[in-house]
Design a protein around this ligand. Structure first.
Ligand SMILES: *Cc1c(COP(=O)(O)O)cnc(C)c1O
Length: 235
């Protein structure tokens, strides 16, 4: 491991370069540093390097880490959401990235109502229509977007996707384009604004930024190789 600070500098530089290529402002793209499987000491090193926004995919793993670190950090929940964890997730995390059904959205809305706040969420879209992946089918989302927008304790920030695996970063571009176009379409259908796009990981975040990502979720490029898959991890 060369060093987490060095990795951050490199990723941030590449993010800025990707923004410049397409005339976007670097401040319009949030880097969510995915720290799943990595210890508190690594996250503390990232904080020292200036990073304040982190992503975790499993509540049991994240909770002790969150509690051990400064309360000023911002945590994004990027894993699949189990109902019995929703209350705790809403208490510990600022944003949920993978709301994948109307039923789950309604459930989260109910808990957020009980807690007296609004949950900030992304709607996950199964852009490749893969059986192995979660997320709304685009056609279902077109039908249900009205009902989703009517949930008063849900603040829909935008759409999120994990594209089908491909041979290289460039092969993800068409999926990122399709997510952006779906967002535009849904905004027109619903008359509501939810402009954010959570897309792009270590292998393809630069392409995602070129296609409009506002949140990239980057883990291994920053913290290093993960030796195990994480329970609750998406697709
Ligand atoms: C693990 C994970 C990431 C980060 O993946 P890397 O390839 O390590 O950057 C991003 N998004 C989700 C949903 C993940 O589960």
């Amino acid at each position: 491991m060369e060093g987490i600070a060095t990795n951050f500098a490199e990723v941030r530089q590449r993010m800025e370069a990707a923004c410049r290529r397409v005339g976007r402002e670097p401040s319009d793209v949030e880097l969510v540093a995915v720290s799943k499987t990595f210890p508190v000491s690594d996250i503390a090193e990232a904080v020292k390097a200036g990073q304040l926004v982190f992503g975790e995919s499993r509540l049991q793993e994240a909770e002790p880490k969150i509690d051990a670190l400064p309360a000023s950090l911002c945590w994004h929940f990027i894993g699949s959401v189990q109902r019995n964890k929703v209350r705790k997730i809403l208490q510990k995390f600022a944003v949920i990235h993978a709301i994948d059904s109307l039923r789950l959205a309604e459930y989260v809305n109910g808990i957020a109502c009980e807690l007296g706040n609004a949950a900030e969420v992304f709607l996950q879209v199964n852009v490749g229509g893969e059986a192995s992946k979660g997320g709304f089918e685009a056609a279902v989302l077109r039908q249900e977007i009205g009902k989703l927008c009517a949930l008063e304790h849900l603040r829909i920030l935008g759409l999120m996707c994990i594209p089908p695996a491909g041979p290289d970063a460039e092969s993800a571009r068409r999926w990122f384009v399709s997510l952006r176009e779906l967002r535009d379409e849904l905004q027109t259908i619903s008359g509501r604004q939810f402009s954010k796009l959570s897309m792009g990981m270590s292998g393809d975040y630069e392409v995602a930024i070129e296609e409009g990502a506002t949140h990239v979720r980057v883990g291994s490029l920053i913290f290093g190789h993960r030796s195990r898959r994480v329970e609750g991890e998406l697709g």
